[in-house]
Design a protein around this ligand. Structure first.
Ligand SMILES: [Zn+2]
Length: 220
């Protein structure tokens, strides 16, 4: 590992801190990894909770919270603490203009095919089809995946890099578990969703735009 870093100091290293609430363990991990900080020109500590993130920042290390951020309160809190990255999800994923204005040099991360906000994904949850990734370009810097298998993760990277997917969107973005051909989606799908800003989640609001796609898919 160290040899690799020495040979590639220009790469960005993401160092995962142990998922622990014990301060000594976090301290130990940071100490052990200090050497990486000295060699690598760009690195960041991925922290599993707010406390270890803030502690790592207090010690002057680059770090970010490895949890999805869905509201401005936490977003601004992380900005104030100088997070290197912010993982956005939910409502924030529908506000690309505001995110682009607020993010400064922070790397905005997303998982495009999975929303961690609700256990069960819904048509109007946050997700991005491979074809729509460029509509999010101004706000998003890093795309990553949380697949159980590495091989699936690699396939996801390939699909999103290519920006097109032929087949059942449910195989890529599990939402209703019903067959929904990706070819059905209109070109302005993402734009319409960004304009909706998830106002369909407000009780009493009548927006069925996203849902219709998945219903149509089920009925053909
Ligand atoms: Zn809507």
């Amino acid at each position: 590992m160290l040899k690799f870093i020495k040979e590639n100091p220009q790469k960005r290293y993401l160092i995962e801190l142990p998922n622990s609430i014990k301060q000594e363990e976090i301290d130990k991990a940071i100490k052990e990894l200090k050497i990486i900080k000295d060699i690598a020109s760009d690195y960041t500590f991925s922290c599993h909770d707010l406390t270890s993130f803030k502690e790592t920042r207090k010690r002057g290390y680059q770090a970010f919270l490895a949890l999805p951020v869905t509201d401005w309160e936490l977003f601004n809190d992380l900005m104030e603490y100088g997070a290197s990255d912010i993982w956005i999800d939910g409502a924030l994923g529908f506000q690309t203009d505001a995110i682009a204005r607020a993010k400064d040099n922070v790397q905005i991360r997303v998982v495009p095919n999975y929303s961690a906000v609700i256990g069960d994904m819904q048509p109007n949850s946050f997700y991005i089809r491979p074809e729509d990734l460029d509509k999010y370009q101004k706000a998003i810097d890093v795309v990553f995946f949380r697949e159980k298998e590495v091989s699936r993760e690699e396939v996801c990277f390939t699909i999103y890099k290519r920006g097109s997917f032929i087949g059942n969107i449910e195989d890529l973005i599990p939402i209703t578990r019903e067959p929904t051909p990706n070819a059905l989606f209109k070109e302005d799908f993402a734009e319409t969703r960004l304009n909706c800003r998830q106002s369909c989640k407000v009780p009493g609001h009548q927006c069925t735009y996203c849902r219709t796609y998945f219903n149509i898919g089920r009925n053909i």
